[in-house]
Ligand binder design. Structure first.
Ligand code: SF4
Ligand code: SF4
Length: 99
């Protein structure tokens, strides 16, 4: 499961620095994978790219962004459920292609 950012976000950017997968981007910012730039997922809010979030699997036991958020704006994304194995595969894929 990826995490997602809710409307409680005040765009402080504290979470971006904590993400080992560079899965968090500021509003309007394009995201990237494997050196390829993709269109922003939100013009208005700081956002998480589900294709890059591994819930920190492969790096840490817990998502690092959640405790970093001062407004508790980061929650688990129930629409993007994945097993530990799938999350680890995603991490390994990112290792291969580049974050
Ligand atoms: S849970 Fe981990 S990988 Fe996912 S966005 Fe937060 S810090 Fe990044
Ligand atoms: S740490 Fe929380 S408030 Fe700050 S940018 Fe991230 S989600 Fe938004």
């Amino acid at each position: 499961m990826a995490v997602k950012i809710t409307e409680e976000c005040i765009a402080c950017n504290a979470c971006e620095a904590e993400c080992p997968n560079t899965a968090i981007y500021s509003a309007g910012e394009p995201w990237a994978i494997g050196g390829e730039e993709k269109e922003t997922l939100s013009e208005d809010f700081t956002y998480v790219v589900p294709e890059k979030c591994t819930e920190c699997v492969g790096f840490y036991d817990e998502p690092q962004c959640i405790p970093a958020c001062p407004t508790e704006a980061i929650v688990m994304d129930e629409d993007n459920k994945e097993t530990q194995e799938e999350l680890m595969k995603k991490k390994e894929y990112l290792d291969e292609v580049g974050r």
